[in-house]
Design a protein. Structure first.
Length: 110
């Protein structure tokens, strides 16, 4: 038996809790998006480093990085026998952050 004073209390509690649930869901989705962007730039850096280490032109390495992580910026550095590439992507969707990934490859590799 319910008292007439409690009628509709579940609806009122749901209305109060729903924005908090929506906020938590949005933050979870934004975090997943950030993680996927981080994996994409890491893959792009690895592909570009392998490309530069094989002696391909920088434009080919940039094209590989752009294919793996659209909207990214590539920066290559030679460190002795290693060719290292850092790929940075700014403005991850829904977050005002940037993610970057660095990968190195042995120069002259096939």
């Amino acid at each position: 038996m319910t008292r007439s004073g409690e009628r509709g209390s579940v609806t009122a509690e749901l209305v109060v809790a729903l924005p908090a649930v929506a906020l938590v869901l949005a933050l979870c989705l934004a975090g997943m998006n950030l993680g996927m962007a981080a994996m994409a730039v890491q893959d792009a850096a690895a592909a570009a480093a392998r490309s530069l280490a094989r002696g391909e032109p920088e434009s080919a390495a940039a094209a590989r990085a752009a294919a793996a992580a659209p909207g990214s910026v590539i920066e290559g550095i030679s460190r002795g026998e290693l060719v290292c590439v850092t790929v940075t992507r700014r403005g991850v969707p829904a977050l005002p952050m940037s993610v970057s990934g660095t990968a190195c490859s042995l120069a002259g590799g096939a």
